[in-house]
Ligand binder design. Structure first.
Ligand SMILES: Cc1cc2nc3c(=O)[nH]c(=O)nc-3n(C[C@H](O)[C@H](O)[C@H](O)COP(=O)(O)OP(=O)(O)OC[C@H]3O[C@@H](n4cnc5c(N)ncnc54)[C@H](O)[C@@H]3O)c2cc1C
Ligand code: FES
Length: 255
């Protein structure tokens, strides 16, 4: 079930290079939203909506939060909306992450701008979640204080070592698993990272869900703008990121 409407921006800040953090007042949408789902945002002058993951859900205050990076003209235009203005949102869309009991141990791995949806899912598990986040360099680092504030353990990695530890999230993930095997791994980020995380999960026999932020058009399963090859019980077929995903069990997608 989803809704569509104009929702007011009640907070906006620039949190890293070309990265914006926006809180929207949207009571109906916040009540429906689950971690891992996304909103499809209409940008004036553009035919296609832009998909952005839900980064945080606050049902008490009737808000959701999105964090996005300027990539092209659509997100540039989105970044120019200010507090008090309203955005046309369709959502929540997609299936969201599988939630285990909150006393289970989880690892949430975010790569770059794939980090925002990890905040919402890690929130469900508090101190039982370890958030491993990776960025190219310190100017791109986001959400580390937010993970800590909700009780999560954090490991920050940068490719160039300018913040946190130097190295890839996959090195940190392997190290964490050696210490304690989690019940599930959640991940969102570049395909190359998702492939490596899926491989680590498979080798260690750990349940793993990945969120694919592939190109998207209609967002509701009506076109083929987001086809992804899937393999379920040995049968290969094409699914839709927007309808079957964006969250998939890692063994069910062919990356
Ligand atoms: C489920 C999902 C969740 C996402 N969550 C986030 C998020 O939380 N934060 C964030 O910064 N980005 C996120 N993205 C990526 C974001 O949607 C794109 O960066 C954005 O659509 C680019 O639009 P643009 O007009 O700036 O770029 P342009 O390249 O000018 O876009 C042209 C067209 O391509 C589509 N497009 C381009 N790149 C992507 C892409 N990577 N994914 C989907 N469509 C694309 C646009 O919708 C548009 O139709 C998400 C993508 C998906 C599919
Ligand atoms: S974006 Fe149209 S089917 Fe997925």
């Amino acid at each position: 079930m989803y809704t569509q409407g104009l929702y007011e921006i009640i907070k906006k800040k620039r949190t890293a290079e070309d990265t914006f953090d926006i809180t929207l007042s949207c009571k109906d949408l916040s009540e429906l939203a689950k971690p891992g789902q996304f909103v499809h945002i209409s940008v004036p002058g553009f035919f296609l909506r832009r998909p952005i993951s839900i980064c945080d859900i606050d049902r008490d205050n009737g808000t959701i939060r999105i964090v996005f990076q300027v990539k092209g003209k659509g997100t540039k235009s989105l970044s120019q909306f200010e507090t008090g203005e309203r955005l046309d949102l369709l959502g929540p869309l997609g299936n969201g992450f599988k939630l285990l009991d909150c006393d289970k141990k989880v690892i949430a791995v975010g790569g770059g701008i794939g980090t925002p949806p990890m905040l919402a899912i890690a929130k469900q598990y508090g101190e039982n979640a370890t958030a491993i986040s990776g960025f190219r360099t310190k100017d791109l680092v986001i959400l580390q204080d937010d993970f800590k504030a909700q009780g999560n353990k954090t490991i920050l990695c940068t490719d160039d070592g300018t913040a946190g530890e130097k190295g890839f999230v996959t090195d940190a993930l392997s190290r964490c698993i050696e210490k304690e095997k989690p019940d599930i791994i959640y991940a969102c980020g570049p395909i190359v990272m998702l492939k490596a995380v899926s491989e680590i999960a498979k080798t260690n026999g750990i349940l793993c869900q990945i969120s694919l932020e592939e190109r998207m058009a209609c967002g509701v399963g009506a076109c083929l703008g987001c086809a992804v090859k899937m393999r379920v019980n040995g049968n290969e077929f094409y699914g839709h990121v927007c309808k079957n995903g964006p969250v998939f069990y890692s063994e069910e997608v062919v990356l």
